[in-house]
Design a protein around this ligand. Structure first.
Ligand code: AMP
Length: 279
């Protein structure tokens, strides 16, 4: 497995692969990889002859007061995990390699990016859509893999690919959890032991909400109130949002009908965690 730092080198590798008739899977990540990322890489290895994992903490998707500087990084460990899982290349560019000093072109989306995480992170999805477009253009993958853990991101990327005619398939992958139910996340490393315990309230709230929906409850407000009540009982938790929207367009709804996304964002101490279910 190779670690590649420049766009030029990755392009020349891709060119050789294309000549040889290889199929290419791309797994975009910000690194500090865990079993959640690994499940995406595994699926990509099953479905393609070559797999590129990008490890890039994308500065333009962080807001000015967010955790860009402290975001955990460990390239050696990431490279080992990628190699063991069967990836062909880790693409690890420096920010200057991805963004010229006078970079000024962005991919922006209305609609789907405005609600949920878009409310507290107004420039986040512009950063995500821009970097993912760049990675698609650099790598020209046949398939790209995204986790349902970031459900809004998955919906946004699917819509971008449709709207801008990117010639590739987006593969969504299920949420991987710790044994006690906490969704795996690089940001879980920020939690102290007390917060780690308190963070279980996300999964507990969602599990109760999902049970209500599966039991036939149709009222969005009843389900979100039940989830809120559970989370508000945890002193270390502060709700950013608890919402149920349509899964295809992330539209606000009042009645549960068809496929819906129930998504939550909760601060545990200073750490903002997200989780969701789709029914
Ligand atoms: P990140 O490094 O956090 O930007 O995540 C990179 C990709 O891994 C995204 O598509 C995430 O949705 C996915 N991912 C992160 N955590 C998990 C998880 N616990 N289960 C499944 N996919 C995940």
């Amino acid at each position: 497995m190779k670690i590649v730092n420049t766009v030029e080198e990755l392009r020349s590798i891709i060119k050789e692969w294309r000549k040889a008739g290889e199929t290419i899977g791309l797994v975009p990540t910000m690194g500090y990889l865990h079993e959640g990322h690994q499940s995406l890489i595994k699926k990509a290895v099953e479905e393609n002859t070559k797999v590129v994992v990008s490890v890039f903490v994308n500065p333009i998707q962080f807001g000015p007061t967010e955790d860009l500087a402290t975001y955990p990084r460990d390239l050696d460990r990431d490279a080992k995990l990628c190699e063991e899982t069967g990836a062909s290349v880790v693409f690890h560019p420096e920010p200057e390699e991805m963004y010229y000093d006078d970079f000024c072109t962005y991919v922006d989306m209305d609609g789907l990016t405005k609600g949920l995480c878009g409310k507290t992170r107004p420039t986040h999805f512009r950063g995500v859509c821009t970097v993912v477009s760049k990675l698609f253009n650099i790598t020209t993958p046949d398939k790209a893999y995204f986790g349902q853990k970031d459900a809004q991101q998955l919906a946004v990327i699917r819509r971008m690919v449709r709207d801008l005619n990117f010639p590739l398939e987006i593969v969504g992958c299920p949420i991987i959890r710790e044994e006690d139910g906490l969704a795996k996340s690089s940001r879980n490393t920020y939690l102290n032991p007390e917060e780690r315990q308190a963070a279980l309230v996300l999964h507990r709230g969602l599990a109760a909400g999902e049970e209500l929906v599966r039991g036939g409850e149709k009222s969005v407000s009843k389900v979100t109130s039940a989830i809120r009540e559970i989370i508000e009982n945890e002193p270390l938790a502060k709700i950013d949002y608890v919402e149920i929207v349509s899964w295809d367009g992330l539209d606000e709804i009042s009645e549960i009908d068809g496929e819906v996304l129930c998504a939550i964002a909760v601060y545990i101490g200073k750490t903002r965690l997200i989780d969701n279910f789709i029914v």
